[in-house]
Every structure is written in structure tokens, then in C-alpha cells.
Design a protein around this ligand. Structure first.
Ligand code: PMP
Length: 392
């Protein structure tokens, strides 16, 4: 309907049609206020209800425990690479542990692809000395063989708990199509060490045991809403500080300061009001579907495509080890770059777009987020079958 296409973008990406229609209905006059949400003061009562409603809905959908804060921030996933490091090192717990040790704590980074590497590089840029637990490119080189999976836990070089401030990883690598099975990392890490997870591209696609994480960071622009807002879910004890204006927060800009946002209900300054509003509608949609249903659909969509890849592995060349295949971003190559270009052209003729692999990797990437109906994945598989028949 509405001349819309099957949109397989990795992000910003497809949103539920019913949400877009609600936004459209309320665009000029939001519930009798005579103005759009875009035109409304963030200090108004109406907006206060929008943002607190969004948080409350998300808390129900993900069953977020009461000892966790939910923050809406700006700066994207990238901003949170710096924020997670700076906030953890400003926290009382880490500073106390550091005093006990008598020297700087380390922090552990699992490098599974471009985005966790981005987190690592940001820490280095800030002068930190992260410990690389493993790097999925180190043995394979940076080419096509890089980041095709995750080494066994026994081979991880995790730091000693008493020397480690936190462990950081990215649960779904949007470019490389590598996704860690549920709880792989929290099961491997000593429970005294907070685990920080980037869930930008698989947030809200399955139930998670939030209580096992120190903090979860996620840009909104895949499963949650438009770009411009970044979600942080953080255990409240990690927000405790000895010294709020002095040494503890030196080098921590206000816009990255989780405490600053926590104390002001995510509004110490002007938030991305419209993006948060749309996220709230997506959270409501997710609640209506049910998180278990979203999880089931995610598995169904991905299985359709991976089954087709596995039916003709010499033609559809999946790049990721089976155990770590992403259900959100499915990445494969065809035998030649010419065939890949041809595939993308034929897809466009069939109303399927944004399938080109990331510019760093080439190939095909099909992103199957929450708002992609099963029929979208079926249409894509029909394209794969037809293409195979004509070109193999
Ligand atoms: N982490 C992941 C997993 C991502 O996919 C992205 C961007 N697609 C980022 C972080 C960076 O997010 P942003 O572009 O919002 O800074």
C-alpha cells in the first residue's frame, strides 16, 4: 500500500506501517493541542507525558528491573562508545576498585566486527588502555575472511576480575552479520564485573535478561524508531559517584554524562523530541505484538533466507559461521561482483531495495528487522530462487 517498497535497509530502516499512519494522523494537531509534537516545548505537560509514557512502555515490554535507569540520549551509538567508558570510570565502584588495586583498571573489549572495533578505538582515542579479549580479524586479516564468527570462550583473554572495570561487546554486528547467541558473554564473565553491551541493531527483537548487564546502549534507528535518539539502560549503582563536580567527572562532557540525564528524566537539555515520540509509538506497537512473538518472527524470517543460502551454498555464499549468524542482518556473496550487481538490479525491479552490502564489505546484506513482515522475507526468498534458476 501507499507505493511503499520492501525496504531491507540496515538502518535507518523500516518502521511499522501502523506507527507511521498514527504519526501522520497526529502530525498537524497532536491530540487536540493544535500543534505537532515537533513544535511543542519539551517542558510542556503533554510532552512530559509522551516521554514518560515511552519509558513506561519500554519497561513493560523488556521487563526492565526497577534498579535500572532508562535514558534517552543523543550522539548515537558512537556517542555511547565514549560515554560508556567515561561513565564507568567515573563511577564510585570502579574508582574504589582502582584505589584498592593501586593502579589504573583495564577494560575488556570483544572485537567481533566494525562496531565493537569502533568502541575499542574510541577508548584508545580517549587515552584509555583497553584489553582486546579477541579480535575476529587478527587471524583472518581485514579482508573477506575477517569477522566470520567468534572464537570459543576458552580462548578468550578476559582480564582478571580485580583488574577489570568492565567488559564491552556488541551483540549484533550490523555490517558483518555476526550475532552472539543470548547470554554468551554474561555467562562467560565473572558476575562482579559489569558487562556493557551495544544492542543497536538487535534491541527489542527478543527478551533479554537485563539484570545480568551493567549497561545496554542502543541507537534507535533500527528496531526502535527514527535516528536521533540513543537508548541507555544502566544499573543504578553504576551511576553512583563520590565526587560529582570534581576529579571523578573530569573529561566527561555533560551531554555524555549518564547521571546528568538520569537526574533530569532524560531532559537536562532539549531532547530529540520527535524521535522519542515515534519510539514511544514503536514501543507500544511492540507491546501489542508481544516480545515473544517478535522473537518468533525474527527466527522465522531469518530461517527462510538461511535455508535458501544453505540449499545452494556454492552460489549463495554465506559468510558467517552458523552459530553466529545474525537474524537481523544477513550477509552473503554471489560468485562474482557482476552477479551481485545484477541481483540488486533485479531486486529493484521487484520493489526490493537497500540490499547492497556495506561499502567496506561488498556482497549482499538483507536486514530483517522487527517491522519487516514475513511476506517481505518470502518475497526476498522468491527472488533468490528465481535468480538462482536463471544464473547458476
Ligand atoms: N553500533 C551498531 C551495532 C551499529 O549498527 C551502529 C550504526 N549502524 C552504531 C553502533 C553507530 O551508531 P550511530 O550511527 O548512531 O552512531
Amino acid at each position: 500500500p501507499h507505493g511503499r517498497v520492501w525496504n531491507f535497509s540496515a538502518g535507518p530502516s523500516v518502521l511499522p506501517l501502523s506507527v507511521l499512519e498514527e504519526v501522520q494522523r497526529d502530525l498537524l494537531n497532536y491530540k487536540g493541542t493544535g500543534m505537532s509534537v515537533m513544535e511543542m516545548s519539551h517542558r510542556s505537560k503533554t510532552y512530559g507525558e509522551i516521554i514518560s509514557g515511552a519509558e513506561a512502555t519500554l519497561r513493560r515490554v523488556l521487563d526492565i528491573p526497577s534498579n535500572y535507569s532508562v535514558l534517552f540520549m543523543q550522539g548515537g551509538g558512537t556517542g555511547e562508545f565514549a560515554a560508556s567508558y567515561l561513565n564507568l570510570f567515573a563511577s564510585r565502584g570502579v574508582r574504589e576498585k582502582q584505589r584498592k588495586l593501586g593502579r589504573q583498571l583495564s577494560c575488556d573489549y570483544l572485537v567481533t566486527g566494525t562496531w565493537s572495533k569502533g568502541g575499542l578505538k574510541e577508548v584508545q582515542r580517549l587515552g584509555g588502555r583497553p584489553n582486546v579479549v579477541f579480535d575476529g580479524a587478527a587471524t583472518a586479516g581485514d579482508g573477506a575472511a575477517a569477522y566470520t564468527g567468534v572464537p570459543p570462550v576458552a580462548d578468550w583473554r578476559l582480564g582478571k576480575p580485580e583488574e577489570t572495570a568492565f567488559v564491552y561487546y556488541c551483540e549484533n554486528e550490523t555490517i558483518h552479520g555476526v550475532e552472539l547467541p543470548l547470554n554468551t558473554v554474561v555467562d562467560a564473565v565473572d558476575p562482579s564485573v559489569p558487562v556493557i553491551c551495544d544492542m543497536s541493531s538487535n534491541m527489542l527483537s527478543r527478551p533479554i535478561d537485563i539484570g545480568r548487564f551493567g549497561a545496554i546502549i542502543a541507537g534507535a534507528q533500527k528496531n526502535m524508531g527514527p535516528a536521533g535518539v540513543t537508548l541507555v539502560i544502566v544499573r543504578k549503582d553504576l551511576l553512583e559517584r563520590d565526587d560529582d563536580n570534581g576529579e571523578a567527572v573530569r573529561g566527561l562532557p555533560s551531554v555524555l554524562d549518564w547521571c546528568y540525564f538520569d537526574r533530569a528524566g532524560s531532559m537536562p537539555h532539549t531532547p530529540p523530541t520527535f524521535s522519542i515520540y515515534v519510539c514511544g509509538l514503536v514501543f507500544k506497537w511492540a507491546e501489542e505484538q508481544g516480545i515473544r512473538v517478535l522473537e518468533r518472527r525474527r527466527a522465522e524470517r531469518a530461517k527462510l533466507v538461511y535455508d535458501e543460502i544453505d540449499a545452494h551454498p556454492e552460489f549463495f555464499r554465506g559468510r558467517v559461521d552458523r552459530a553466529y549468524r545474525s537474524s537481523m542482518n544477513l550477509v552473503f556473496n554471489l560468485p562474482t561482483p557482476e552477479l551481485e550487481a545484477q541481483f540488486i538490479a533485479e531486486a529493484a525491479d521487484a520493489n526490493m531495495v537497500q540490499l547492497k552490502g556495506h561499502r567496506s564489505l561488498g556482497g549482499i546484506r538483507v536486514s530483517l528487522y522487527n517491522a519487516m513482515p514475513l511476506e517481505g522475507a518470502e518475497a526476498f526468498v522468491a527472488l533468490m530462487r528465481g535468480f538462482y534458476k536463471r544464473h547458476h
